[in-house]
Every structure is written in structure tokens, then in C-alpha cells.
Design a protein around this ligand. Structure first.
Ligand code: GLN
Length: 576
């Protein structure tokens, strides 16, 4: 197993995740099997209990793990399926060691950060890196480890120490480190001091950079590269210039141009790994496909305008997977994506009274959009605005996609305005009201006491119902009988209302195994009015966009016939 650690210096949030997943993707183009581990030095056991407004979206895995959003990056770029163990947090690793201590595994010993915790981290990495993550079902060849935060923080110290020891444990030719740094441009001058300081910190902790990936808003001048190389004690070929490019999808190509793989191939003795001609062929096809995708991005002339009506719109990372699924879909549909961010409460009549401009600006965005999307969410705030947006889309025949909460609110809208249940609502927002008025109800199997990890989570099957051949979403899914997608919810559509809803044209085309739980609804006689109780965005891949999103963007961009006849496929073979 070859390990490539990606750490960061200077400041966080400069694209360590994109660099790490792009590097992994490039290893795949050489035919290797790649996996990844994300280390998050916070005390939470997982990201499930963190506010999206503070930490960005909570990503959900097949196994129901609620993890940091960076795991999504890896799944999307590497086309792999990770497990909750691929995300190590401080909380998780301490809890693991403390449990072992209670069981008596360290009997007689004083349990310490070094060596007990640092050993536990190393064992965890070795164990998890071997888990097969792609459809070959084989052990990966290369594991990318992303260390969250910046090196030098108190939080990350035990992990840094564990990695310092790990480089000797696995041997020099099996361990490489890429440090991501930043060169700010001040008054037109590229400043290298922060990078020099960051590398000094790194070296003082016993970690040696094999590559320095330098983020900069512009292309680095040769003297800047030479200066970094000299002061940081590396060769110029070890300094990679990660300047701003058209999109994050162009980053692998940028790294490729700079011969990053040549250096790492030598450094990690990759030729020792035996791969077949077929693997090499698959890798080549992947690169062809990737280039075809970025070509679409660069050459798209048309724009598709999507109104995203949510409640966490101040921090865009709250909707990261949704944005990514929209990006993947619009690239495939050969359209430039323009997201119009609409704070749902701005659409409500109260805003018209208090802040007229906001109200009109919000409605202007909704009414000029090619498609309207209501993503997942929790709590009452903004939901009346979302209901109004869903009504607009339904009545004006504008494509609509509802995800989780977006399905629930659109059903409330339909019950209120089509069926006439004027007081229709969700039990999530008004638990103590008349149950007869609950369009959305608490699911019977859900724990009411504990909040962490107790929702209906992870991969579950959805079965398309009989007589759904008319359904667009079924066609977009390739007329499958069933699909498996990821969930994260506590509430569901009241099963008692199915007949009434269907008699009026809101069809539960996809349901769970019981046949009572709505997983997908679709409105008849509408260009595209689809919602899912699950979150299709979590399984969207760069080269294989999520189907409900792809259908939505295709309908919004007016290219649904092309999507269905296969003329939007990328160059390169279908499987890689
Ligand atoms: N709050 C709703 C529920 O728990 C929707 C959840 C979501 O959108 N992820 O069912």
C-alpha cells in the first residue's frame, strides 16, 4: 500500500480537498485502485450533529455514516464508495481508545496520547486503507490521507505525530507528503514568506514535504518557484503551481501538465505495483472522458438558470453536494450553470411588508429561473416560502426538483392548494396540532430521545410501481425496476394520503419495500415535477451525474430528448 498524505499550511479552506481528490483521480488514470481517508481534528464523533451554517453540509454515506463533506469530494472524483471508518475524527479515535481501556486491553498500563492514541491512529489507517471501495472488490493500491485543519494547530498534533511515526513504519518508498500552501499576491508581488513559515513548522514536527502545492490566484513566476524551492529545501520539480483555473474540474489537468505524476511515480516506486493492460486501458479511458467533460464545460454557450430556494444560503457549503450534482448535470447537458440563491423566507408575505426590496428580488429570481430546486433542511423557518416556490413551479409548469424537505413541502402545497386541506402541515413544525392535519408525519421507527446518528440513514432501495412507464424520472434512471439511494430524515409523507394525492395526479412512482412510504413523487402533465425523499446528490459523480438532478437540469435546459436518446454521452468507454 502506498500512502499519500495531503496536509495544509498557512490557512484552511484553500482547496486541500480538491487537490487531494484530483491527485487520487490522476493515480486512477494510470490504472491504480485508489482509496482515501479524511482526518478531522474535532471532538465530534461525526458531522451529523453540526450545524450546516457553521460547518457546511453533512455528507451521508451508503452505510449511513454522517461525515465531513470532504468525503463527498473523494467519492465524486474517484468514483468510490467509502464507509464511516474512512472519516477519523478526534472524538472517534479517543472514544475507540477509551473503550479499549475500559475493556482492559491496556491492563496495567498508563494510557497515553503517545504511544496509545498515536498507535491507534496508525492501526486505524492501515486497516481502513485496505477496505475495497470500488466495483472491482479488490484491495486498493494507493491511499490518499487528507489531514484537516492546518499543521501546527493544537487539535491536529496527535495526528501529525502519528503520521510522523507512520512514515517509518511503512517505509520511505510507501509514504509521500504533499503540503498545500498559499502564496498571496500583495501589490502585484507574489509573497512566499507564509509558505516558508508553514514548511518550517512542518519540518519541525518531523514531516518532510515531497511536494509543495502552492495555491495562488495567478500563475507563479519562475523566481517565486525558485525561491520556494530554495528556502523550503526542495527541488523546483517538487513545487506545484495550483493557480486559479476555470473550474475545480480543471485541477487534475493542471497537475498533469506539471508532471506531478512523474515525480510521484518515481518517489513511490509505483512500477512495483503490478497492474494489467486492462487496468491501464481503463485509466486511459478515464482521462479521455475527463477531458471530454472539461471540454463541455469550456465550450458551453447556453446558460441554465436554477433557483435554489433554501434556508442555509448564507454558507454555500451547506449545499455542497447539491451544487456539485447541478454542476455535473449541467456539464453533461452542455450548459453553463447559473445558481440563483433564494433565501426562502424572503418569498413570504411578511417580507413584502417589512422588506419590500428583498421580497421582490427573491421573486424576481424565482420567476425568471429555468428550474426551481428545494433542497433538504430542518425546522420551520423558510418553509412557507418554499411552499410558495413549489406552487409557482407547479402552476407555471417550470421544472421542479424537491429533495427530502423539498418533497415534503411540495406535498403540503399540493394538499393545501389542489386538494383543499387548507391547514395541511408537517408534524415536524407543529407536533402538538391535530394529527388529521399532518401531511408529513414522524416515522414510526425513529428514536425520539437521541439526536446523533438516529435518523433513517444511508442506502435504501426504492421500487418503481406498476403502470409508471409514463414517468420521466423512471426513464432517466434507465427504466430500472428499483434504485438504491441515500437517506437522511425523520419524517415522511402521511401514508394515509396516498390515494387522495394520486387521484389528483401526484403519483408516488417510487416507494420503499412496504409500498406505503413515498420515495419519489412525480406530477402528471408537467414538464418535470419530481421530488425524492432520499438525497440523490450524495451519489452524484463528476462523470456520472445523479439521475434526478440530470433529468431536472435537462428539462430546465430544454435538452430532455437528447438526454433520453443518449446523444449527451461523453467520449471514452462507459465503464472505468
Ligand atoms: N426535516 C425533514 C425530516 O427530518 C427533512 C430532512 C431533510 O431534508 N434531510 O424528515
Amino acid at each position: 500500500m502506498k500512502y499519500v498524505v495531503v496536509s495544509g499550511g498557512v490557512i484552511s479552506g484553500i482547496g486541500k480537498g480538491v487537490l487531494a481528490s484530483s491527485t487520487g483521480m490522476l493515480f486512477k488514470t494510470l490504472g491504480y485502485k485508489v482509496t482515501s481517508i479524511k482526518i478531522d481534528p474535532y471532538m465530534n464523533i461525526d458531522a451529523g450533529t453540526m450545524s450546516p451554517l457553521e460547518h457546511g453540509e453533512c455528507f451521508v454515506l451508503d452505510d449511513g455514516g454522517e461525515t465531513d463533506l470532504d468525503l463527498g469530494n473523494y467519492e465524486r472524483y474517484l468514483n468510490v464508495t467509502l464507509t464511516k471508518d474512512h472519516n477519523i475524527t478526534t472524538g472517534k479515535i479517543y472514544s475507540h481508545v477509551i473503550q479499549k481501556e475500559r475493556k482492559g486491553d491496556y491492563l496495567g498500563k498508563t494510557v497515553q496520547i503517545v504511544p496509545h492514541l498515536t498507535n491507534a491512529i496508525q492501526d486505524w489507517i492501515e486497516r481502513v486503507s485496505r477496505i475495497p471501495v470500488d466495483d472491482t472488490g479488490l484491495e486498493p493500491d494507493i491511499c490518499i490521507i487528507e489531514l484537516g485543519g492546518t499543521v501546527g494547530d493544537i487539535e491536529s498534533a496527535p495526528f501529525v505525530e502519528a503520521l510522523r511515526q507512520f512514515q517509518f513504519k511503512v517505509g520511505r518508498e510507501n509514504f509521500a507528503l504533499i503540503h498545500v500552501s498559499l502564496v498571496p499576491v500583495i501589490h502585484g508581488e507574489q509573497k512566499t514568506k507564509p509558505t516558508q513559515a508553514a514548511i518550517k513548522d512542518l519540518r519541525s514536527l518531523g514531516l518532510i514535504p515531497d511536494m509543495i502545492a502552492v495555491r495562488c490566484s495567478e500563475i507563479l513566476d519562475l523566481p517565486t518557484i525558485e525561491k520556494i524551492a530554495m528556502f523550503c529545501h526542495v527541488g523546483c520539480d517538487q513545487v506545484v503551481n495550483v493557480h486559479d483555473v476555470n473550474s475545480t474540474y480543471h485541477v487534475p489537468l493542471l497537475l498533469l501538465e506539471q508532471k506531478m505524476m512523474d515525480y510521484l511515480t518515481k518517489r513511490l516506486h509505483l512500477n512495483e505495483i503490478s497492474i494489467t493492460d486492462e487496468d491501464i486501458q481503463k485509466g486511459n479511458q478515464l482521462l479521455i472522458k475527463w477531458k471530454s467533460m472539461t471540454g463541455n464545460y469550456d465550450e458551453s454557450l447556453q446558460t441554465v438558470k436554477i433557483a435554489l430556494v433554501g434556508k442555509y444560503t448564507h454558507l454555500k457549503d451547506s449545499y455542497l453536494s447539491v451544487i456539485k450534482a447541478l454542476e455535473h448535470s449541467s456539464m453533461k447537458c452542455r450548459n453553463k450553470l447559473e445558481i440563483q440563491w433564494v433565501e426562502a423566507s424572503d418569498l413570504e408575505p411578511e417580507t413584502q411588508e417589512t422588506e419590500k426590496d428583498k421580497f421582490h428580488a427573491a421573486w424576481n429570481k424565482v420567476s425568471t429561473a429555468d428550474g426551481i430546486l428545494v433542497p433538504g433542511g430542518f425546522g420551520y423557518r423558510g418553509t412557507e416560502g418554499m411552499i410558495l416556490a413549489a406552487k409557482w413551479a407547479r402552476e407555471n409548469k417550470v421544472p421542479y426538483l424537491g429533495v427530502c424537505l423539498g418533497l415534503q413541502i411540495a406535498t403540503i402545497e399540493f394538499m393545501r392548494n389542489v386538494i383543499g386541506m387548507k391547514d395541511g402541515k408537517s408534524a415536524e413544525f407543529f407536533p402538538d396540532t391535530d394529527p388529521e392535519s399532518h401531511v408529513v408525519v414522524y416515522m414510526p421507527e425513529i428514536d425520539k430521545e437521541n439526536m446523533g446518528g438516529t435518523m433513517r440513514l444511508g442506502l435504501r432501495p426504492t421500487y418503481f410501481q406498476d403502470n409508471t412507464d409514463w414517468s420521466q424520472i423512471k426513464k432517466v434512471y434507465g427504466n430500472k425496476d428499483s434504485v438504491a439511494e441515500r437517506h437522511r430524515h425523520r419524517y415522511e409523507i402521511n401514508p394515509k394520503l396516498i390515494t387522495q394525492l394520486e387521484e389528483n395526479g401526484l403519483m408516488f412512482v417510487g416507494r420503499d419495500e412496504t409500498g406505503d412510504r413515498c420515495e419519489i413523487f412525480e406530477l402528471k402533465n408537467h414538464p418535470y415535477y419530481v421530488a425524492t425523499q432520499y438525497h440523490p446528490e450524495y451519489t452524484s459523480k463528476v462523470l456520472d451525474p445523479s439521475k434526478p438532478f440530470l433529468g431536472f437540469v435537462a428539462a430546465s435546459a430544454g435538452v430532455m430528448p437528447k438526454l433520453l436518446d443518449g446523444s449527451l454521452e461523453y467520449e471514452g468507454s462507459a465503464d472505468f
